[in-house]
Design a protein around this ligand. Structure first.
Ligand code: VTB
Ligand code: MG
Ligand code: MG
Length: 338
């Protein structure tokens, strides 16, 4: 007798639901957030960062992946953990690139200000852009509605008008998130002249990029110069959310410009989402450290800590928001201020 409920091999292979690595990765950013969350407001950004790094490194080795850190805590000499080139994961499964920012917003954490997050992204081996040549990049991020109408080489006013049109609104309705830095005085003026509104952030343009791409945040566009590693991590998020990130390397001085040219970079080239992370097998997770526009920060109570995380996968496009309750007595490792 044939059993009609048993699928044949052929039926299973192409369409079978596979594992969503992000659901394992989220434990790592939860651990990072819970550890650095103890440092909120303590005025010690290195303490906050170090706590997140140690907690994440302890947990990342439980994740079933064969990972290499390509965006991490810098070169081995300066950072003994989660350094570029470090192998992470339990060593099983396909090779992958790992980008980690244990705390995006160490100053935000040290001051107890909004939007500090712990982030981690994973993609196929060799798919992430190497950020080492240039420290900063110029960035433009917007969500799916307006993605096809923006161009980082166009004037700010043109992009704002096009976003307004795509959203059937007017430039006055558009809100742009910008890192509050003197280097942005020019674009701030242009945004104001175009009639749009500005939300300044003091740090944390990974969260800023997600706000620009995500529906319902009140932010339509991110503009300005921020860290190159954060640009690639943001591209991983955009891969999952839809929308676009367009960037250009932005050398901070002549020496860096020359090094980038010597390394073969074309500084006029626009690097878009797919140039920053190729393929469609990207996982992105972020856990809130402090309360923010995207995620609630870590809350501690007598017995428990709660976290909120964004868990996304490009292949399926699933966006999960995960609220977790952690029982501290069972999790001494991440709850200690060490
Ligand atoms: C941004 C932001 C980071 O650095 O990349 C920024 O996302 C880069 O600019 O949170 P500055 O050197 O002017 O700070 C951070 O603010 C800190 O890593
Ligand atoms: Mg950091
Ligand atoms: Mg950072």
């Amino acid at each position: 007798m044939t059993d009609h409920h048993l699928p044949s091999q052929l039926e299973v292979s192409p369409e079978a639901p596979d594992r969503n690595l992000a659901l394992e990765l989220v434990r790592v950013t939860e651990a990072g957030a819970m550890a650095s969350g103890r440092w909120v407001g303590r005025g010690d950004k290195n303490g906050a960062d170090g706590a997140a790094v140690r907690a994440m490194r302890a947990l990342i080795h439980t994740v079933s992946m064969n990972g290499v850190v390509v965006i991490g805590e810098g070169e081995k000499d300066n950072a003994p953990m989660l350094y570029n080139g470090e192998r992470v994961g339990d060593g099983t499964g396909p090779e992958c690139d790992v980008a980690v920012d244990p705390v995006d917003g160490t100053t935000l954490t040290a001051k107890g200000m909004a939007n500090a997050v712990s982030v981690l992204a994973v993609a196929d081996r060799g798919s992430m852009f190497d950020p080492s040549a240039v420290f900063y990049m110029d960035k433009l991020v917007t969500g799916p509605e307006a993605a096809d109408f923006v161009d980082i080489n166009a004037p700010v006013a043109v992009n704002i008008r096009r976003i307004a049109k795509a959203k059937r609104s007017s430039p006055e309705d558009v809100t742009v998130v910008v890192l509050d830095r003197p280097r942005h005085d020019g674009i701030v003026k242009e945004i104001r002249e175009a009639g749009a509104r500005i939300k300044f952030i003091s740090d944390g343009d990974v969260a800023g990029a997600i706000m620009a791409a995500r529906e319902g945040t009140g932010v339509d566009l991110l503009l300005g110069i921020g860290g190159t590693p954060e640009g690639i991590i943001a591209a991983c998020a955009i891969k999952c959310l839809g929308g676009t990130i367009q960037t250009k390397l932005w050398p901070k001085d002549d020496a860096e410009r020359q090094r980038a040219l010597d390394a073969g970079h074309d500084l006029d080239r626009v690097l878009c989402t797919d140039d920053l992370v190729s393929g469609d097998n990207v996982f992105f997770v972020a856990t809130g450290i402090t309360d923010g526009d995207l995620l609630r920060g870590v809350r501690y109570r007598a017995e428990t800590a709660t976290t909120q995380s964004l868990v996304m996968r490009s292949k399926s496009g699933t966006i999960r928001q995960i609220d977790s309750v952690h029982r501290l007595s069972k999790l001494r490792a991440y709850s200690a201020i060490d």
